[in-house]
Each structure stands twice: as C-alpha cells, then as structure tokens.
Design a protein around this ligand. Structure first.
Ligand code: GRF
Length: 210
C-alpha cells in the first residue's frame, strides 16, 4: 500500500480527484494519509476533513521567523510522516532542496501546461493560461512530472492535450485544462506509481511498463 501525502494551497480540486479515484477504485493500492497546506484557509483542508481518515494540517512559512526555519520544520514533518509518495496538488510553496534530496523520485507535481511550454518561474495559476492565450497556441494541456531541484524541470510522467477554442479566457481555459487533463492524469500517475510501473532511466526519461 502506497502511503501518499498531498500538499495543497487552494481549492483542492486535484486532491478531490485523487480521493475520488481511490474511493472508486481507479487508483489501487494507495491511500492518502496526510494533507498539508501552507494556507490555513485552503478549502482543500475542508475536503480532507470531510473525507475522513486523513490528517489535515497547516504548515505555513508565515508562522516561522525565517524561510530557513520553515524549511527545517517542513523537512522534519515529512521525515516523521515518511510518505511513499508526495503529491503537489496546487502547492504554491517552493519545495526545499533538503526535501527533494530526501525523497528522490518520490515527489510529483501537476502543472497546467504541456511542459516545456509555459512553465518555470512565474508560471503558476492563471498566469500559465494567460501566457498560452497571448502566444496563440492552439493546444495546451497538463503535465505530471517528478520534482527535482529546478522549477518544472523534473522527468515527465504523463501529459494530456487540451484544445484551445475561439473566445477562451484564462478562466475558461483553466477550467477546461483541469476537467479534461489535470483531474485525469494526476490520479492515473498515482495509480501507475502504486502499481510499480513507473521507472526513471539514467537519462531522466520516464518509462511506463505494461
Ligand atoms: C491547478 O491548476 C494546478 O495545476 C495548479 O494549481 C491549481 C490547483 O487547483 N498548479 P486545485 O487546488 O487542485 O483546485
């Protein structure tokens, strides 16, 4: 059984998609044991509490005198939990290097574009979709990738394409990318990892076995 900790900052629709997929059997051999939010008002915490059997907790940089102190507390908490997999589901805090090193290929992130387009520093939330529309691309999508020391630079696990339509606003596009891509490929990636089907080569290419 894969013990999963989900890190969130906001509404938690991706967390909901994971919990639903576990409950209806689309994800097998995994359970969410902990949800950690940096934001005490994140609706994601409410979703975890409503679900039950999940520890929902807040760990905010704002409660610490410095970022280094927060990073240390965050690292210590994860070392206590010792999750088999950490899922960043709309988590807006930079993961400290100590955590990346302690959990090699055990941290995954969902990004709302087809990496390497529209990713990296400053590409989060609605900005990603604003930039895609401003560039005039005709397709976008979402990417699940492993987290390394960079921003959105880790090995790519799954991607799904979403069409851009005439008249799209960033908000409309964000919703379509979530519904058609994010809520599908994030649970799918967790299921593949729980089944032991995902490996990362020396060349940092992800392979998914049958
Ligand atoms: C998603 O668009 C995700 O890709 C991005 O943040 C958003 C999180 O939404 N990184 P939610 O909190 O899962 O509803």
């Amino acid at each position: 059984m894969l013990n999963v900790t989900v890190l969130v900052s906001g509404g938690g629709t991706n967390l909901q998609a994971i919990m639903d997929a576990i409950d209806d059997g689309r994800i097998r051999n995994a359970r969410v044991t902990h949800v950690i939010s940096n934001n005490p008002n994140a609706y994601a915490l409410e979703r975890a509490r409503k679900h039950g059997n999940i520890e929902a907790e807040v760990l905010s940089p704002k409660s610490f005198p410095s970022r280094a102190d927060f990073n240390e507390a965050f690292y210590q908490r994860l070392m206590e939990i010792r999750p088999d997999l950490i899922v960043l589901a709309g988590f807006l805090v930079v993961i400290p290097e100590s955590v990346v090193r302690a959990f090699p290929h055990k941290i995954i992130n969902i990004h709302p574009s087809l990496i390497p387009s529209f990713c990296g520093k400053g590409y989060f939330g609605l900005h990603v979709h604003e930039k895609a529309l401003a560039r005039g691309v005709k397709v976008t999508g979402a990417t699940v990738h492993f987290v390394d020391e960079g921003t959105d630079t880790g090995p790519i696990i799954l991607q799904k394409v979403v069409s851009i339509e005439e008249g799209d606003t960033p908000e409309v596009l964000q919703k379509r990318v979530m519904e058609q891509a994010e809520w599908k490929i994030l649970p799918e990636a967790i299921n593949l990892i729980a089944a032991g089907r995902v490996s990362v080569g020396e060349d940092r290419i992800v392979h998914i076995s049958k």
